[in-house]
Design a protein around this ligand. Structure first.
Ligand SMILES: [Zn+2]
Length: 324
């Protein structure tokens, strides 16, 4: 099965769509062309990686564009053979006068719903608060997400530069709003910071899933704690390699997590930048990181359990797993 639980909408803009929107808006084309402006040729570092992701921001400028990008993300995932896609993005980055945060979120929900109508593949939206935004702005993001809980919005996340903004307390109020609305909670943590950041995210913010969590493997106590408490880690191997978080794809810590009994789920993070969709990430688990059939089955089961979906979708995914 292909259940995609960590994928950024900004990392799924088709180069052709980027070109069309750029021309329609009269955006000056970068010297290297739009395709090369948003894609990476190979491993780089986090700064270059984020520059490529940020190059897509001007395309999220209207309801129509956001809905189109979200719809195409669902279509591309379905074409990759995926069974469910959880898309995440930070609406505060794209809101502007005349295009409010509520509009940005509703447009993405509309695009996901349209993509699902076209393909039959379900999707959900996870709204990201950002570490470099102030507490008041992030609380308004959480409130906007909560308003559309159950109407396309499935979860709440925290993303951004963990090293420059390590404190979690400023985001506790936002996560409390999300929790009260019944949203699933996840947090990018221990991606750049030490493993302890994952424990803090779970204890202070109440999240059930950790995005990346690569440094958790540096600390055996944290690994034991995560396994004992069923803390789910969302892994994205190629993305970690391309950002320089790991020196080579075969050094990804997925086997260490697995050995320790930590539940894992898979994501493709930013497949337009890495050119590695979820089907390729799963092959990396199988061929490079030693996941056998039993380990992949456990990944599927943990993914269905951890997905921020309504019960009906979870039941359908469970049926498909048992049939497959
Ligand atoms: Zn991410």
């Amino acid at each position: 099965m292909l259940i995609n639980l960590h994928s950024h909408l900004e990392g799924r803009v088709r180069p052709g769509t980027a070109l069309e929107i750029a021309r329609a808006q009269g955006l000056p084309e970068p010297p290297q062309g739009w395709e090369r402006a948003v894609q990476l040729d190979g491993p780089a570092d986090l700064t270059i990686f984020l520059t490529k992701v940020a190059a897509t921001y001007p395309f999220f400028s209207s309801w129509e564009n956001v809905a189109r990008i979200a719809c195409e993300a669902i279509e591309d995932a379905a074409a990759d053979g995926q069974d469910y896609l959880e898309l995440r993005f930070g609406p505060a980055t794209h809101a502007r006068p005349g295009f409010t945060m509520d509009d940005v979120i509703a447009a993405a929900c509309e695009g996901i719903a349209e993509g699902t109508r076209r393909t039959g593949m379900p999707g959900g939206l996870v709204i990201a608060m950002l570490r470099h935004h102030d507490a008041a702005l992030n609380e308004s993001v959480a409130r906007a997400a909560a308003k559309q809980a159950g109407k396309g919005v499935a979860g709440l996340d925290l993303a951004g530069d963990e090293l420059r903004f390590p404190a979690l307390q400023p985001f506790a109020a936002g996560f409390a709003i999300g929790k009260a609305a019944g949203l699933g909670l996840t947090c990018h943590a221990a991606e750049a910071a030490p493993g302890h950041a994952a424990l803090e995210a779970v204890e202070r913010l109440g999240v059930s899933r950790i995005g990346h969590g690569a440094h958790m493997v540096d600390n055996p106590d944290i690994l034991r704690w995560a396994a004992a408490n069923g803390v789910v880690v969302e892994i994205c191997p190629t993305s970690n390699w391309y950002t320089g978080a790991i020196p080579a794809i075969d050094r990804h810590p997925a086997p260490v997590f697995r050995q320790a009994g930590v539940p894992l789920v898979l994501g493709d993070d930013n497949p337009m930048q890495t050119r590695s969709p979820l089907s390729a990430e799963r092959e990396i688990l199988r061929q490079t990181l030693g996941f056998d059939d039993a380990a992949l089955r456990r990944l599927d089961e943990d993914s269905i359990r951890a997905a921020f979906v309504e019960p009906g979708v979870r039941d359908r995914l469970t049926c498909r797993l048992h049939q497959g």
